[in-house]
Design a protein around this ligand. Structure first.
Ligand code: ZN
Length: 500
């Protein structure tokens, strides 16, 4: 009986999928079509799956996040969304990560003065080390600096960054990596960089770079690698002047683990011969922060229903809509990984784009901390691009008022994936559920185990999802793609990217 029922069910499903495939692509659409297509039960089904306890909070690196990626890809497949180019027909873009566990013991000694773990020095790469002998100072550590110094077997000390660049991102991700390679090439035993980047307190830097953390994969350090606080201690000042000293460096317990994750990417080609070369990126992060046990806390699963199963469903419903009703412009549907670990999935994507960035005319991200006003949708960055009227119109069509960021002091614009697109010059904004303030009501759920499906207001969310889909429809059909408003801080990057 059971088997027969199942077989029958399979037949019905097959027939339904077939019927869907055969039906001609209906164009264009309207508020009524969106209302019919985007239903409460459908949204509830996605949300219940993604935010279930069994998904264990969808943490980066967890098997449950892989299940979520498969779920998104399966839905794309069912709706006729094509795998994005460069994903080998899988919809998956591999993102490379590393998890660094800092040493439990670390000491750097310069001419008898000891510099200690965290307080003065942190390990940023390489394995445990125990070397003693000569220390040499190589300035900013350019190739020329290495060429004129005998570093063989010695502890090499350099300044961070370069003589004409004091950008922390480049200092850590690029210049630091090349100095480490040079240390290896010239036979040095270890590399210690003295931090000279202005404006970042050592405590913050040590807390961030020196803690257990997941980041994008960095070139494996060829020699043990340390950063230290800039110091005017006499032995360090003498080292900078005389370029040499005696000392040692020892670390115990340093671990670097490499692993990968996935962005999920599908495309729907546009119907207009010219506009189909322009892409709207519709993105949402699908990860959250996993499981954390805290004393006196019964529930340890951070389900992330609001953050960001809601956004994922906004993106999914948009995918379903475009799968059925392709519009003039092309769209890239993008589920991003590791947002909670520091916008890592979008950082990876923006450096390894699947669609050329200069063909990417807009990014409409869907992410939020939760909601505390069900009469509005909150659009972070709404006032910054010429898409403002379309967003207002789409929200109004479903009974919502489109409002701007109520808490600019929270820097929300820079706290979601839209930011990595904006940094490349692409007009990028974020569609968040109605947020009137960062108040107790919001904080009750924001990054809390209480952020569960059972506490969601689906009468509100259905309006929110439909407004998001409708805005995407308007973005894909408006005659001119939206641009940054004059004077925006990303306008110069946009000119570089698009050449206009
Ligand atoms: Zn989020």
């Amino acid at each position: 009986m059971k088997k027969l029922t199942l077989a029958l069910l399979a037949l019905i499903v097959c027939a339904a999928v077939h019927a869907q495939k055969k039906s001609p692509k209906n164009t264009p659409s309207s508020v009524a079509d969106i209302t019919n297509l985007v239903t409460k039960s459908d949204a509830e089904a996605h949300l219940t799956f993604l935010a279930a306890d069994e998904m264990r909070g969808r943490n980066t690196g967890s098997p449950e996040l892989e299940i979520a990626a498969n779920y998104i890809a399966s839905n794309f497949r069912q709706w006729g969304i094509k795998p994005a180019p460069g994903t080998n027909d899988t919809y998956f873009q591999t993102v490379e990560f590393q998890k660094v566990t800092p040493p439990s013991f670390l000491e750097f000694v310069v001419d008898g003065q000891t510099f200690k773990l965290k307080e003065d020095v942190i390990q940023v790469g390489g394995s445990d080390v125990d070397v003693a002998g000569g220390i040499v100072f190589v300035g900013y550590g350019s190739r020329a600096d290495f060429e004129k110094t005998d570093v063989k077997g010695k502890i090499v000390v350099a300044f961070t960054g370069s003589a004409d660049d004091a950008n922390i991102q480049r200092a850590f991700m690029t210049e630091s990596v090349s100095k480490n390679a040079l240390t290896k090439e010239f036979g040095g035993a270890a590399l210690v960089e003295i931090n000279t980047i202005p404006g970042i307190p050592w405590q913050n830097l040590a807390g961030f770079l020196g803690g257990t953390r997941t980041s994008l994969k960095r070139e494996a350090a060829a020699v043990p690698h340390f950063w230290m606080k800039n110091s005017d201690a006499a032995p360090v000042t003498a080292l900078k002047e005389t370029k040499s000293a005696k000392g040692s460096v020892k670390s115990v317990g340093m671990r670097v683990k490499y692993f990968s994750g996935k962005n999920v990417a599908g495309v729907v080609e546009g119907t207009d011969p010219a506009l189909k070369n322009e892409y709207i990126v519709i993105s949402a992060h699908y990860d959250h922060i996993g499981v954390k046990s805290k004393p006196n806390q019964q529930d340890s699963i951070y389900n992330g229903a609001r953050d960001n199963a809601i956004g994922t469903v906004g993106m999914l419903e948009t995918a379903r809509f475009f799968g059925k009703y392709p519009q003039k412009r092309s769209v890239l549907l993008l589920a991003l990984t590791a947002e909670e670990a520091g916008l890592l999935g979008s950082s990876w994507y923006s450096d390894h784009p699947l669609i050329p960035l200069k063909q990417t005319v807009f990014n409409f991200n869907c992410d939020g901390a939760g909601y505390n006003d069900t009469s509005i949708a909150t659009i972070i960055g709404m006032e910054r691009t010429t898409a403002e009227p379309e967003i207002a119109k789409a929200c109004e069509a479903f009974g919502l008022k489109a409002t701007i960021d109520p808490v600019p002091e929270q820097n929300l614009y820079e706290r979601s994936d839209n930011y990595n697109f904006a940094k490349k010059g692409i007009p990028a904004i974020d569609f968040a559920p109605g947020t009137k303030a960062f108040d107790a009501e919001l904080m009750k759920y924001y990054h809390q185990p209480a952020d569960e499906v059972g506490s969601l207001d689906f009468d509100y969310l259905i309006k929110y999802f439909r407004a998001y889909v409708y805005t995407n429809y308007l973005l894909a059909t408006m005659p001119q793609a939206p641009v940054w408003k004059a004077g925006d801080k990303f306008e110069a990057e946009a000119k570089k990217l698009y050449g206009k």
